[in-house]
Design a protein around this ligand. Structure first.
Ligand SMILES: [Fe+2]
Ligand SMILES: [Fe+2]
Length: 251
């Protein structure tokens, strides 16, 4: 996605085979420091760890960073705890649930390695740069963050902007109108309300974002496509905007 002398951003898009949902894993390598974003479930650990060894040794990975707590995001955590010395970075709301993902005998392995992101977000140091943890609560998880790299200007947006495409998930969106069909149903059901979409869009418009990379499906590349996505998301009715008494009728 991006490369200069001491900075590289990689995404892996085709590591989940078979039953699992297609997902993108992002890796940033900066001055020899490295971070993996939403490393995925059990299905992804082996292929992802093999794919990254070309760039960084698993044991040298500095951060394993999660947007939220879903199984397609962090259920491989036990493996990363065993085979790397990485710090695990996740919302403070989910930090205390993490021990449930790992067997009892491994609790020691996790000790001192958790970084809980406070609700307002934080700057995660990485060599001479930072990764910005950007609040994205209720989009969709109650404790949710996106991650912004100020060098590449890439925003890793978790489930926001996610799409289910049949092929070539690495290819940026070209026809936005057509692409909406691949996103609409998921966003209507999984995102909590239009109010949050608007607040999030207001924040992102103040930032300098050149590419949005979601956890599933195609990225939005270039200011024009990023703006089209923001315009769409800002007006989206979703979650509690769409429910009525019918949804709450005992079967
Ligand atoms: Fe999710
Ligand atoms: Fe997801």
């Amino acid at each position: 996605m991006f490369e200069n002398d001491d900075h590289m951003v990689l995404t892996f898009t085709d590591l989940v085979k078979g039953e699992g949902i297609q997902s993108n894993q992002m890796v940033i390598i900066h001055e020899g420091h490295s971070a993996i974003f939403d490393p995925g479930g059990d299905l992804t650990y082996m292929p992802l760890s093999m794919a990254i060894t070309k760039y960084v040794k698993v044991k040298d990975i500095e951060y394993v960073i999660a947007t939220h707590q879903d199984p397609d995001i962090v259920s491989s955590l036990d493996k990363w705890l065993i085979y790397s010395e990485a710090k695990i970075v996740i919302s403070q709301l989910w930090e205390r649930f993490i021990p449930h993902l790992i067997p009892g005998y491994m609790k020691e392995k996790a000790e001192g390695r958790m970084i809980a992101i406070p609700d307002q977000g934080m700057n995660i140091p990485m060599g001479h740069s930072i990764i910005k943890a950007i609040p994205a609560h209720f989009l969709h998880s109650v404790g949710n963050f996106h991650f912004y790299d100020p060098i590449s200007k890439i925003l890793f947006s978790g489930d926001v902007g996610a799409s289910l495409v049949d092929s070539e998930p690495e290819q940026p969106v070209r026809d936005f109108e057509k692409h909406v069909k691949k996103m609409l149903g998921f966003h209507q059901r999984y995102m909590v309300s239009n109010k949050v979409c608007r607040l999030w869009v207001n924040m992102i418009r103040e930032m300098d974002v050149e590419m949005i990379v979601p956890q599933h499906g195609r990225p939005f590349k270039g200011n024009e496509m990023v703006d089209r996505f923001l315009d769409w998301f800002e007006t989206l009715e979703c979650g509690i905007d769409r429910v009525n008494q019918q949804y709450y009728t005992a079967p």
